[in-house]
Design a protein. Structure first.
Length: 400
């Protein structure tokens, strides 16, 4: 049963349909609970396998006090280790990415093989048994070439997400993609303000003139269904099937990570998320044309994928401290697409770069107001119903 309709009030006793109280954005004790129960207890997109094609290729995935080394090992598999030396704890890798035959700790020069085992530890006594010592493994899993990391030692399962999203993911063939661009946007606001802003499109018409020209999500709900019809009639000839959409936040099964899928129309002039409406990159996977639609996927509360027919934009929202957060955006294109020939980086990244800069501005202003002693919860609009789902889920997730 839907949590929202099954409870009269939320887990903290607050009324449905109102924004969160100010303490949830400012109280350090609440932030610590969020880290333990949500941030370090969820699967987060860390990158794509195409970023580390060769043995020894690695990159770091950093989140608050944790850092994971994601590496292609000697047997071709990909592993994740905590970036913590087993001697006295120094970070081992300091470069964001690179290639290593072995990992060498910069402090006292202990070295580790790519399988995490200790290879050498200089000047240690005879009695020291290095076979006992390995880098700590970090939970890692894969969905069609996308790498997910979880800082919980007993993470939730991604199996339901994989199984139920498989038909929709298959259309795009995420395995055969590559990262054409990655940008990090630091935002001076609590992570929930950043995430709440992404959840709703009530702000899109006034804040995103570029986005609002092409994406129908900015229209009121009663007009939205009418705009879907031309897309629905074109989908089949483009090789795109309709799949049941899964609701985020209010449909989390025990022991399973949450996930969601839905498809919506772009305005008629737009084939994809471009400035002029024209194609930006080669069609993905099995897609045969442009139905003028886009698909939204989510995995866990922090990772979102917006799949156009010719490219995918992945958004990852994370806290960097209680009052700061980051939005990491990855632009994925077909793996054989050539930069400068098949796609232009400036054109590919234009929409979500300008949109994210505008989002940063409104999110920071939101945090400034929430910091005031006069901030109190305000009523949510119908177009903000996903914020209600998020808040209701969030309050039960951090409950003791
Ligand atoms: S802390 Fe790494 S070798 Fe000493
Ligand atoms: Fe926005």
């Amino acid at each position: 049963m839907n949590q929202i309709t099954s409870n009269m009030t939320r887990a903290n006793g607050s009324k449905h349909g109102w924004s969160l109280a100010g303490e949830y954005y400012k109280d350090p004790a609440i932030f610590q609970k969020e880290i333990d129960k949500i941030i370090f207890n969820t699967w987060i997109f860390a990158g794509h396998v195409s970023q580390i094609p060769n043995t020894g290729d690695y990159f770091l995935f950093n989140l608050l006090d944790e850092s994971a080394i994601i590496v292609r090992t000697n047997d071709g598999s990909i592993a994740a280790y905590y970036n913590v030396c087993r001697h006295r704890g120094s970070h081992i890798c300091k470069e964001d990415s690179g290639n290593a035959k072995r990992f060498l700790c910069p402090y006292h020069a202990w070295s580790y093989d790519l399988d995490g085992s200790l290879f050498a530890a200089r000047g240690m006594p005879e009695s020291f048994d290095k076979s006992d010592i390995k880098l700590h493994k970090c939970a890692i899993d894969f969905i069609d070439g996308m790498i997910f990391v979880n800082f919980n030692d007993n993470p939730t399962s991604l199996e339901n997400a994989k199984r139920n999203l498989a038909p929709a993911l298959q259309m795009y063939d995420f395995k055969n993609m590559k990262v054409a661009a990655h940008k990090n946007y630091p935002i001076a606001a609590n992570w929930k303000i950043t995430l709440e802003n992404y959840q709703e499109c009530y702000h899109c018409a006034p804040s995103h003139p570029e986005y609002a020209l092409s994406h129908t999500l900015k229209v009121e709900l009663d007009k939205f269904d009418v705009l879907q019809q031309p897309m629905l009639s074109r989908m089949e000839t483009c090789g795109i099937k309709e799949y049941e959409s899964y609701k985020h936040f209010d449909q989390q099964e025990d022991g399973q990570e949450q996930y969601a899928y839905s498809r919506y129309a772009l305005f008629e002039k737009y084939k994809t998320g471009s400035q002029d409406g024209e194609q930006l990159a080669p069609l993905l996977g099995n897609i045969k044309g442009f139905d003028h639609g886009a698909s939204d996927f989510s995995i866990g509360p922090l990772t979102y994928m917006l799949a156009y027919n010719d490219h995918v934009v992945v958004y990852v929202f994370t806290p960097t401290s209680q009052l700061t957060s980051a939005c990491d955006i990855y632009w994925l294109v077909r793996s054989d697409a050539k930069e400068g020939v098949d796609y232009d980086i400036e054109k590919l990244t234009w929409l979500w770069h300008v949109t994210t800069l505008a989002d940063e501005r409104i999110i920071v202003d939101n945090q400034k107001g929430v910091n005031s002693k006069k901030y109190t919860p305000g009523p949510l609009a119908d177009m903000e119903d996903s914020i209600e789902s998020f808040i209701t889920w969030y309050l039960s997730a951090i409950k003791e």
